[in-house]
Design a protein around this ligand. Structure first.
Ligand SMILES: NC(=O)c1ccc[n+]([C@@H]2O[C@H](COP(=O)([O-])OP(=O)(O)OC[C@H]3O[C@@H](n4cnc5c(N)ncnc54)[C@H](OP(=O)(O)O)[C@@H]3O)[C@@H](O)[C@H]2O)c1
Length: 268
């Protein structure tokens, strides 16, 4: 399995690519394959990323999610944040973790922070409204009680049967120049974006711990048969402490035997 080893030079090239100051040279090296599509996206691009345990959990039943990913999985998450314009989370992630959603482990700028708070569950006391960090945008239903959250912009959308339409959320962000988007969690929020067909890449980073109980990383609507399961073209890399499954959700794999859509690149 090939390892993603992001040297300072490679990271500098990715940041230049993000700024439009470099071109993507279709390299086959792991760093270019994994991060190039995000940094080099010329139009709308949505990546979802999940950091999970060996048994597919993202937190304990009491909501402790801080150290699910190992140090290299965390660095990968921060790289993804640094390469996008906006990072989206659901309200439960904010009320349980009070995350900063900033870029701290790698060089790069922090993305605009976006919270989907359909019914108006935020208290306004959450750290992101007071930490002086990147701007915050809150999406709420047009029927939620009108509120302000410090300097945050509140965008009110009409609710449909699926809650707030993920396409309308992405369009509102694109209207503000935020086209590269990371959907960071939790499971319900990621599922809504994937089920609506809005996610280009899914990164699942697996850390070698077993939690044994607690929420899983993605919660789709139930299916009856495994033949209905999604089998995206997937490349597998070592991040060091964690293993990364890089799934291309735009691919339409022609399947032979189960697992043939997965490629584990060997060191050259
Ligand atoms: N390890 C990781 O990578 C990671 C990352 C982030 C979060 N987490 C963990 O995940 C857990 C939270 O996950 P979760 O799945 O319970 O919650 P979540 O996805 O953070 O938030 C779910 C809430 O957001 C609402 N929501 C999301 N998208 C919506 C939309 N398009 N329209 C309307 N409402 C929308 C949901 O509404 P409904 O109630 O109507 O569905 C629900 O109230 C926490 O324990 C957190 O620590 C882990």
């Amino acid at each position: 399995m090939r390892t993603i080893d992001v040297t300072d030079a490679a990271w500098g090239t990715l940041l230049a690519l993000q700024e439009g100051l470099a071109d993507l040279e279709g390299g086959a090296d792991p760093v270019t394959r994994v991060y190039g599509p995000i940094a080099g996206a010329k139009g709308p691009f949505v990546i979802a990323q999940v950091g999970q345990s060996l048994d597919g959990r993202i937190a304990t039943p009491t909501g402790d999610a801080r150290d699910v990913s190992g140090p290299d999985g965390l660095a990968h998450l921060h790289r993804c944040r640094a390469l996008v314009d906006a990072v989206i989370v659901g309200v439960t992630t904010v009320t349980s973790d009070d995350p900063r959603l900033s870029v701290r482990i790698v060089e790069g700028r922090s993305p605009v922070r976006v919270v989907i708070d359909c019914r108006g569950d935020l208290s306004g006391g959450e750290g992101m409204f007071h930490d002086g960090g990147a701007p915050v945008i809150v999406f709420q239903s047009a029927t939620a009680p009108p509120r302000t959250f410090g300097q945050a912009e509140v965008i009110r959308l009409k609710e449909d049967t699926c809650g707030l339409c993920t396409g309308a959320i992405l369009q509102a962000l694109a209207d503000r120049g935020l086209q590269r988007v990371l959907v960071e969690g939790g499971a319900k929020t990621i599922a809504r974006f994937i089920e609506a067909g809005h996610v280009d890449r899914l990164h699942v980073s697996v850390s070698p711990i077993i939690i044994g109980s607690g929420p899983s990383g993605i919660n789709f609507s139930p299916i009856e048969f495994l033949s209905e399961a999604r089998r995206p073209l997937t490349e597998v890399y070592s991040l060091g402490s964690d293993i990364l499954f890089d799934c291309d959700l735009r691919s339409n794999p022609v399947l032979g035997r189960q697992g043939e859509q997965v490629s584990v690149a060997n060191p050259t």
